[in-house]
Write a protein that binds this ligand. Structure first.
Ligand code: PLP
Length: 397
């Protein structure tokens, strides 16, 4: 690759930057991709160099290697952040971000629609550490200020919400938080920085489960946390303190996924919208929860703040007995049943949030199913669901 000047690189489209980010063929015999560096020890030529931990590019395996640096740099550029740390899972990205900015005596605000394992972390570890979490209605915008206390140091957000897809007004929440000295964190896994540039919209610390769209093939667990200038040092110091680093192979799979992420995301966006519109017309379906649909309650905010939508949404069926829903799901042949999403394969999972939400009541009016649309043909996926609807009707009668 011919050397490109920094100013010329800065003017390139994001799509092009995603192909160049974190690559250095000149340093690796012309080979296109950054290799996997395995290692703990990093040798130094002198005692002075050994002790100079603050200026060294590489110090020890847990703190980074050329492989991790490549993905960190690419993700930082894509996110418009000051820096990124890589961790072994999306959940680790959530928990390390929380641990970096919360301490005993602090008050924390998290949306009632937060990713459930994040909620579990707040209710167990954070509680034990003396951090009090208040769950708030995700539809609160600037009115979040009413829930803030003098010791509220951070507000967590996630848009759209897990399972139920409520849109959050992130810029309004950020304005209220910043006016009172608090920071805003966001789980941006659904949109990725491609569809929602978090730091441009007021988010200080952005969390991403790289397991989902970056990996894209259900074969890797990875997490990224990016931060703006205000929060970068604290995040990096906490990451180093924890020593919680991903394997170089997994980081390499992340780098590989990065090159096709936009392609997959844009294809899945189109396929998902087509499936969502088809489902809206099905007589068995009461509602489709997808913020890119014009009649969705979160549509205006989505349209204002997001550059696209992704492959995960939910449907609410008309009231049906549990056995009928199970007959529908158990017989699906293309849609798999299992957790996680963002891969090339389609998934369907039933859910019920009523048992654990505390600040709001989600009254869907029927059984709920979360769908992830993969890269199979929509004609085949519709046939699979249509057969499922026939089993549903037969078991219900
Ligand atoms: C999956 C997911 C995570 C956690 O990612 P893992 O890599 O599976 O731990 C975090 N947040 C959201 C919104 C997710 O969907």
């Amino acid at each position: 690759m011919k050397k490109m000047t920094a100013s010329r690189h800065a003017r390139l489209d994001l799509t092009t930057k995603m192909m160049l980010g974190g690559r250095n063929p000149d340093e690796q015999f012309g080979f296109v991709n950054t290799p996997i560096y395995r290692g703990s020890t990093v040798l130094k030529p002198t005692v002075k160099a050994l002790n100079d931990r603050h200026h060294a590019r590489f110090v020890y395996g847990t703190m980074g290697s050329p492989t991790t640096e490549a993905l960190e740099k690419a993700w930082t550029e894509l996110s418009g952040a000051a820096g990124t740390v890589l961790v072994p899972s999306g959940l680790a990205a959530v928990t390390i971000a929380f641990m970096a900015f919360l301490k005993a005596g602090d008050h924390f605000l998290a949306p009632d629609s937060v990713y459930r394992p994040a909620r579990n972390f707040c209710d167990s570890v954070l509680k034990r550490m003396g951090v009090e979490t208040t769950y708030y209605d995700p539809l609160l915008g600037k009115d979040i200020a009413r829930l803030m206390r003098p010791n509220t140091v951070a507000i967590h957000t996630e848009a759209p919400g897990s399972q139920t897809f409520e849109m959050q007004d992130i810029p309004a929440i950020a304005e209220a938080a910043h006016a009172r000295g608090a920071i805003v964190m966001m789980d941006n896994t659904w949109a990725t920085p491609l569809l929602f540039p978090p730091h441009e919209r007021g988010v200080d610390v952005a969390i991403e489960a790289g397991t989902k769209y970056l990996g894209g093939h259900s074969d890797v667990l990875l997490g990224m946390i990016s931060a703006n200038e205000r929060c970068w040092k604290r995040l990096r110091d906490t990451f180093v303190a924890f020593g919680c680093c991903p394997s170089p192979e997994d980081v390499w799979l992340g780098l590989r996924g990065l090159r096709t992420m936009e392609l997959r995301l844009r294809t899945q966006e189109k396929k998902t919208l087509d499936m969502a519109r088809w489902l809206q017309k099905r007589p068995e379906v009461l509602r489709v929860l997808h913020p890119a649909l014009p009649d969705d309650p979160g549509h205006a905010i989505w349209k204002r703040d997001f550059k696209g939508s992704s492959s995960l949404f939910s449907i609410v069926l008309k009231p049906a007995p549990q056995e009928a829903v199970e007959a529908m799901l158990n017989g699906l042949s293309l849609f798999g049943m299992g957790f996680s999403w963002g891969g090339y394969e389609s998934l369907a999972v039933p859910f019920d949030v009523s048992e654990y939400r505390t600040a709001t009541r989600f009254d869907p009016g029927g059984p709920c199913i979360r769908l992830q649309i993969g890269l199979e043909s929509n004609r085949d996926l519709k046939a699979d669901l249509a057969a499922g609807f026939r089993r549903l009707a037969k078991a219900a009668n």
